[in-house]
Structures are given as structure tokens and as C-alpha cells.
Design a binder for this molecule. Structure first.
Ligand code: C2E
Ligand code: CA
Ligand code: CA
Ligand code: CA
Length: 278
């Protein structure tokens, strides 16, 4: 900072300090959040492009703090990972998610509920035990639960990941690769893992009709998923034109604002009932 000269020092230091203070404040608050009942779950539906059925729904964590207000998961999940809190928070999401999925199933819905699992949760927490406990407590059939893992998680420690995926597959839990196309997966490796679904990242979907590269990548990913026998979901679908493009190329399902914004879980049954197909 000294070498940068007095001018730059003055510009950057207060900004960095504010950032660090915010981080410390959010992390301290995070320790109380679960016990204080500040977390809730939102849900965003997925629609099968063939049948029109609401084939799935992704659970998204929300945190409302009395002073900090609404804190984005993009901000607090990394902090929860750094502090080790992700294990208990993740267990709560799994537990609540399975109970919700079981209740919706009870009402006749046959979709699968997707739960995001972060890298550190996969490594440091007894994920399989948490999954078993959540399935047992809810009496949810395993195939009604989908675990979303990002591509970077898969490729990070391939042997350890393979063990966890095999344990999930043996139970019948579905596994989805989130944000697909943004990392560097080895196809040879993907082919050997028990994976059920690929989620095409929003970055490519937003390029439909604008950027030929994105369209070419989507086409390639869909063809590859077909070869590997995996289902495909496109995330971040915001327009009818994007949905039409994806349908034309044989993408199995879509998720995004065009279909529905994430909603409080209590609103989902009403949304489902009004959807064109259950
Ligand atoms: P993600 O898994 O890629 O989730 C999709 C994000 O895109 C969500 O943001 C969702 O609200 C947003 N989104 C959905 N449709 C659209 C659309 O059409 N347009 C645009 N612009 N955005 C759309 P959200 O809820 O803020 O979540 C951000 C990230 O936080 C998630 O990314 C996920 O990585 C993480 N996250 C959320 N909930 C959990 C959780 O329970 N556990 C873990 N480990 N991570 C979570
Ligand atoms: Ca996700
Ligand atoms: Ca995603
Ligand atoms: Ca994404």
C-alpha cells in the first residue's frame, strides 16, 4: 500500500476497511441466525418442456436480519463456509427441504426438490448421515430429492467426491451439476460418475439470441448430456424466446423468472395448483 503512493492509499484503505467490517459483522450475525429463526426457504419451480409438468423445484435460502436486512446467499454462503457454520445450516436446509417435499408429495405433486450443497458441506460435514436423517424424518422417497453440486466441487477432489456420489446414488438420491459450463469438467470423468442432471448456467442462457458462442455451447452441452444419458435443466430463463430456443434443442426443463421468481415456500402449493400441469 505504501508503494502505491499516498493518493491510492487514501482511496483504497477506507473502502477495504469498510468491506472487512461488513464481513466481520455479517459473520458474527450469522452465528445467531439459525437459532434466532432468521432463515427461511424460497422455492423456484422447474417446468418440463415436453409435458409441461412442474417436474422440480429448487430451494433457495433466505436470511433476514433485523439490522442488516435481507442478506444475499451469494454473500453469506461463502462466510458460512469459512466459519464452518455451513454444516449446521446445510443440515437445516436438507431437513426442512425434505419435510416440505414430503408435504407437497402428500398433496399429489410428483416433482423432485433440489437442494444446493456447497463444496465444504460435501467435504467436512457428514453429508450422507444428514441426508439419511432428513429422508427418514420426512419419509420422503430418495428420488424426490435432488442434490445440486457445482462443477468445481466435482472436479476438486475427484476420489472423495466419487465416494459421496456413489453413496447418494445407492440411496436413489438424484444428483445435479449446477452452473454447468462455467468450470472445467473432464468428460471422461463425468461419464464415470452417477449423475442424473446437468444445469446449464444462466450466463449461457442469457446469451441466446445475442451471442452465437453461448448458443453453440448450449447445443454442445445438450448433445453431450444426451450421450451421457443425463437430464438437462436450463437456469435463468427470462424470456419466451429463450424458452423456445431451449425447447427446440431438446432441453428437458427450464427454470427462471419467465416461469416464476423464487417464492416463499408457503405460496408454492397455490402456484402449483394454478400451473398448466402439475
Ligand atoms: P444458484 O444455485 O445458481 O441459484 C440460482 C440463483 O439465480 C438464485 O439466486 C435465483 O434467485 C437466481 N435466479 C433464478 N432465476 C433467475 C432468472 O431468471 N434471472 C436471474 N437474473 N436470476 C435468477 P439466489 O437465491 O440469490 O442464490 C444465489 C446462490 O446462493 C445460488 O446460486 C447458490 O449457489 C447459493 N445458495 C442459495 N441457497 C443455498 C443453500 O441453501 N445452500 C447453499 N449451499 N447454497 C445456496
Ligand atoms: Ca443451484
Ligand atoms: Ca445454478
Ligand atoms: Ca448460476
Amino acid at each position: 500500500a505504501k508503494a502505491a503512493g499516498p493518493g491510492r492509499y487514501e482511496v483504497f484503505a477506507p473502502e477495504m476497511r469498510a468491506q472487512m467490517e461488513r464481513r466481520a459483522r455479517v459473520e458474527a450475525a450469522l452465528h445467531e441466525a439459525l437459532a434466532a429463526g432468521q432463515f427461511s426457504l424460497f422455492v423456484q419451480p422447474q417446468r418440463a418442456l415436453g409435458s409441461g409438468n412442474t417436474c422440480g423445484a429448487e430451494l433457495l435460502l433466505r436470511w433476514l436480519h433485523p439490522e442488516l436486512g435481507q442478506v444475499s446467499p451469494a454473500e453469506f454462503i461463502p462466510l458460512a463456509e469459512d466459519s464452518g457454520l455451513i454444516s449446521v445450516i446445510g443440515a437445516w436446509v436438507l431437513q426442512q427441504g425434505c419435510l416440505l417435499a414430503a408435504a407437497w408429495r402428500e398433496q399429489g405433486w410428483r416433482g423432485s426438490v433440489s437442494v444446493n450443497v456447497s463444496a465444504l458441506q460435501l467435504r467436512s460435514a457428514p453429508l450422507i448421515e444428514q441426508v439419511d436423517r432428513a429422508l427418514l424424518a420426512s419419509a420422503l422417497p430418495a428420488e424426490a430429492l435432488t442434490i445440486e453440486l457445482t462443477e468445481s466441487v466435482l472436479m476438486d477432489d475427484v476420489d472423495a467426491t466419487a465416494d459421496v456420489l456413489l453413496a447418494l446414488a445407492r440411496r436413489g438420491v438424484r444428483v445435479s451439476i449446477d452452473d454447468f459450463g462455467t468450470g472445467y469438467s473432464s468428460l471422461a470423468y463425468l461419464q464415470r460418475l452417477p449423475l442424473h442432471e446437468l444445469k446449464i448456467d444462466r450466463a449461457f442462457v442469457s446469451g441466446i439470441g445475442i451471442d452465437g458462442h453461448s448458443e453453440a455451447i448450449i447445443e454442445t452441452v445438450l448433445a453431450m448430456a444426451g450421450t451421457l444419458g443425463m437430464e438437462t435443466v436450463a437456469e435463468g430463463v427470462e424470456t419466451a424466446a429463450q424458452a423456445a430456443f431451449l425447447a427446440k434443442l431438446g432441453c428437458d426443463a427450464i427454470q427462471g423468472y419467465w416461469l416464476a421468481r423464487p417464492m416463499p415456500v408457503a405460496e408454492f402449493p397455490r402456484w402449483l395448483a394454478a400451473a398448466p400441469a402439475y
